[in-house]
Design a protein. Structure first.
Length: 99
């Protein structure tokens, strides 16, 4: 099937940079998307093979990737809903499928 499952347009101004193009061709990559009531967008990616997890957002500039591998967004201030979403992404990305 060649049709995308999800297409999301950028809600941020041009000064936020170019939004990332996320390629899901690697089966070990987990991808999460969040948009709050104000249209602020976040993209979470995690390489399950390495454990490397990153967070990108239009409000902080799409080209800035925050390492959240340890579960912490560092100095980035997330509201309660955003923090809960990040926690869920981390948990989902580290869940091992049972056979």
């Amino acid at each position: 099937m060649s049709n995308p499952v999800l297409k999301i347009r950028n809600h941020h101004a041009l000064v936020s940079g170019d939004p990332p193009i996320i390629d899901d061709s690697k089966p070990e990559q987990y991808i999460g998307y969040f948009e709050n009531l104000f249209g602020e967008q976040w993209i979470f990616t995690c390489d399950r093979a390495t454990g490397k997890a990153t967070l990108r957002g239009g409000d902080i500039g799409w080209n800035k990737a925050i390492d959240v591998s340890d579960g912490s967004p560092g100095d980035l201030a997330l509201n309660a809903t955003e923090a809960q979403w990040l926690e869920c992404c981390l948990a989902a990305s580290r869940t091992v499928a049972s056979s």
